[in-house]
Design a protein around this ligand. Structure first.
Ligand code: C5P
Length: 222
């Protein structure tokens, strides 16, 4: 059954309140660098105390030793899902895998803020961002990562080629697109085989966050 992950892209006080409001649902809570720094890491313990799964979205990309030490510390704090850039290279990925224990390592392929000009900048030779992202997903798989972040439009191909766990942002129940380039309804992401739906604004900016969560949990079959 796919999971629903709530992105806590909020100030600390609001983030704690949202966790309080939603922690009786079987959710994963995602913490990014801003909230991690603002809360001095305390938000991680808060989510764990509520008995919920914790997704630390730091998108690490550094020398292998530095990333591996960060993975070890994340394991100690009870992090369940952790992101890193596949562009960090195979040695960085493999070293991280050696340190990960039960934690699930999720690779970022190409950020949605990039387009084809990024491929020229990197002199990759790839013609489309999709092909490059698929190549990086294969690298993630070969290096022993557990999953990748991708859009609902890519899930099917990535699952066919790699079988990796797919983490899918850009999910909308409202018609709003915001700054996301491509957005999809939860029904489509689930149909394509997404393993985790990530939702931020459509939940925390809603007048009824619990109502939205219940609706999406019904779609994922929870
Ligand atoms: O508010 P919204 O539902 O757009 O939030 C999406 C979440 O997914 C944010 O936390 C964002 O950092 C994350 N994300 C994304 N696109 C990616 C990778 C992660 O939107 N390619």
């Amino acid at each position: 059954m796919p999971k629903l992950c709530v992105a806590l892209d909020l100030d600390e006080d609001r983030a704690y309140r949202l966790v309080d409001l939603l922690s009786d649902y079987p959710l994963v809570f995602k913490v990014g660098p801003k909230l991690f720094i603002q809360s001095r890491g305390k938000i991680l313990g808060y989510v764990k105390e509520k008995g919920r799964e914790l997704f630390l979205d730091m998108k690490f990309h550094d020398i292998p030793n530095t990333v591996s030490l960060a993975v070890e510390e994340s394991v100690t704090l009870g992090v369940d899902y952790l992101t890193l850039h596949t562009l960090g290279g195979e040695e960085m990925l493999r070293t991280a895998v050696e340190a990960k224990r039960d934690l699930k390592l999720i690779g970022v392929t190409v950020l949605t803020s990039h387009d084809e000009s990024y491929l020229s900048f990197l002199k990759t030779g790839f013609k489309s961002v999709e092909e490059f992202a698929l190549y990086l997903a294969e690298i993630a798989h070969a290096s022993g990562l557990d999953g990748v972040v991708c859009s609902a439009g890519e899930v099917r191909r990535i699952k066919e080629r790699t079988g990796l766990f797919t983490v899918v942002p850009g999910i909308r129940v409202s018609g709003r697109r915001g700054d996301q380039r491509r957005v999809y309804p939860p029904e489509f992401a689930v149909k394509e085989g997404a393993d985790m739906l990530v939702m931020g604004r459509d939940i925390y900016e809603s007048d009824d966050p619990r109502g939205v969560v219940e609706r999406v949990l019904e779609v994922v079959g929870a």
